[in-house]
Design a protein around this ligand. Structure first.
Ligand code: G6Q
Length: 550
């Protein structure tokens, strides 16, 4: 395909620029850090440690303009059906709209319904927390078990963990997602039926994992307290009223959301009920308001001062011009330890696509990178070796609050020192001469120095973004999550893909349904020889184990 003007320009920019190192850029410009930092409310975003200069940046901005990014942002916020393969509007932003602005889908303002469900969540979460809504035997419901998977799990799981400091003292949250019976068994071992509220979270209410887990939990509860107890111990979060009723949950105990809320964008909806129960509705609302602040920034800031846009463009620069298809997110905050898994779904399920909006297969550029990460400093002692000395760089997002919620002696300063040191080390590197000088200073002989100096050198020039928030509050967390959502959307716009569908998860599901009866009754379908053989092997092992157990 012929290159568009903006892409052709970027190809030239890459040729001009790619040998330039960040060390050179910093040496040339004392002002670089200040110039390439955006401060927004409690967030500092320093993107100066990336491989770009003014010319590259303006070429990237032109790329965004070529894709009419401003209009496309507006399309999302105003309810245009930008999820084209599912013919749906994408309005997670409406869930955190606290302005009076109506938002229309098919000529209907969705805001009154959104406000109604928010109010219902508020009333219910407060009633559970203050003990007005109780379990069947009159006990306070203090164990909250969210049963959901994917988008109906990862968001609330990550956010409740991130806001653990805000949990009510007597409330505990559990999450069951995996179909692996162990997930259910381990939670049920820990909770007491009289004090447990099960939240069945499923947009479609057809997901096999969630329904199987929910049935197991329901049977467990009914066995302990009887059928009548279900109304006090089960609520549903869904778009599918009929299926909720069929499952045996009273639809009065159902919290609705709508087709215009995608699974991985749903923590702001009724799917966030476990969050509201754990941290209180006011804190849940603060989370939404932080996201709303980021929405307004994304909508109104000029492209070159727009945090999600800059993040997206830098990501595209590495992905499509440097051909680096990996991306690390490293929060230096124990409470954010699940953020990378959450972002993995957000980013990879949204932008792991290879068909364009115009229905053509993508053959000449790359879309979403593989995202991984973990909490610092732990990961410094695991995969950071590859970040520093592997053959291919990995662009990294570093995230840290300036003030910890558990300030204790020197802990947080050591943590801060580490994150700043890692970003500096990745960029600066260490030459072989420097490594040799260090070895010499340590008294090593020349033969040892020769042997070790290359191993002890670091190429450097490895890029990172630095995000510093004042403190990890619900509001600031909302801001951070929305920032990533908008980065993902911006990249999807530029790659011309639908960031809101997920057809890729279907094929495996279909095949699993075929294999399931074969594990019991033997292979009937025409599989490849590996799959057939593995099914048979497993059947033999299980048959023996069952005979033994009997
Ligand atoms: C997310 C995906 C997916 C979905 C789960 C659960 O965007 O759509 O992760 O959230 O498959 O689906 P249900 O909520 O319908 O059970």
């Amino acid at each position: 395909m012929a290159l568009s003007p903006a892409v052709a320009n970027l190809v030239e920019e890459y040729k001009r620029f790619n040998k330039t190192t960040m060390n050179e850029l910093f040496a040339l410009d004392n002002n670089r850090a200040e110039k390439y930092t955006i401060e927004f409310e409690d967030l500092i975003f320093d993107y100066s440690k990336n491989r770009f200069d003014d010319k590259v940046l303006s070429a990237l901005i032109k790329l965004a303009e070529e894709h009419n990014l401003k209009n496309r942002i507006n399309d999302m916020f105003t309810g245009k059906k930008i999820n084209v393969t599912e013919n749906r509007a994408v309005l997670h932003t409406a869930l955190r709209n606290f302005s009076d602005t109506p938002i229309y889908v098919d000529n209907v303002d969705v805001m009154p319904e959104i406000r109604r469900v928010r109010e219902k969540m508020k009333t219910f979460s407060e009633a559970v927390r203050n003990g007005t809504f109780r379990g069947f035997t009159g006990k306070k419901l203090t164990n909250i078990v969210n049963i959901g998977i994917g988008g109906s799990d990862l968001g609330p799981y990550m956010v409740t963990a991130a806001l653990k400091k805000y949990w009510a003292k007597d409330i505990k949250c559990y999450f069951i997602s995996n179909i692996d019976g162990t997930a259910c068994a381990e939670v049920l071992n820990e909770v007491n039926p009289e004090e447990t509220l099960f939240i069945v979270a499923s947009k479609t209410f057809t997901t096999i994992e969630t329904l199987t887990n929910a049935r197991t939990c329901r049977d467990w509860l009914v066995k302990a307290l009887g059928e009548q107890a279900v109304a006090n111990h089960f609520v549903a979060l869904s778009t599918n009223t009929k299926a909720v009723a069929e499952f045996g949950i009273n639809t009065d105990n159902m919290f609705e959301f709508w087709d215009f809320v995608g699974g991985r964008y749903s923590l702001w909806s009724a799917i966030g009920l476990s969050i509201a129960l754990a941290v209180g509705y006011d804190n849940f609302e603060a989370l939404l308001k932080g996201a709303e602040a980021m929405d307004n920034h994304f909508k109104t800031a000029p492209l070159d001062k727009n945090i999600p846009v800059i993040m997206a463009l830098i990501g595209i620069w590495y992905n499509d011009y440097y051909n680096i298809h990996r991306y690390g997110v490293i929060p230096y905050d124990q409470y954010l330890k699940f953020l990378p898994s959450y972002l993995q779904q957000l980013d990879m399920e949204s932008n792991g696509k290879s068909v364009r909006l115009d229905n053509k297969k993508i053959t000449d550029y790359a879309t979403g990178p593989a995202l991984f990460g973990g909490a610092g400093t732990d990961v410094q002692h695991s995969f950071f070796q590859l970040l520093h000395q592997g053959t291919e760089p990995v662009p990294v997002d570093f995230i840290i609050p300036a003030v910890s919620q558990n300030e204790n002696g020197k802990h947080h300063e050591i943590l801060l020192a580490n994150i700043l040191a890692q970003a500096e080390a990745l960029m600066k590197g260490k030459t072989t001469d420097e490594a040799a000088a260090e070895l010499r200073a340590a008294g090593k002989d020349e033969a040892t120095i020769e042997k070790l100096k290359l191993n002890k050198s670091f190429d450097g020039n490895r890029p990172s973004n630095m995000f510093i928030i004042n403190q990890l509050t619900p509001y600031n967390l909302g801001m951070l999550i929305a920032m990533y959502e908008h980065k993902v959307y911006t990249q999807g716009v530029i790659w011309e893909i639908d960031s809101f569908d997920q057809w890729g998860v279907e094929l495996g599901k279909q095949l699993a349904l075929k294999i399931l009866p074969e594990l019991e009754n033997g292979v009937t379908a025409n599989h490849d020889s590996s799959t057939t053989r593995l099914i048979n092997k497993v059947r033999t092992i299980r048959a023996k184990a069952v005979t033994k157990a009997a």
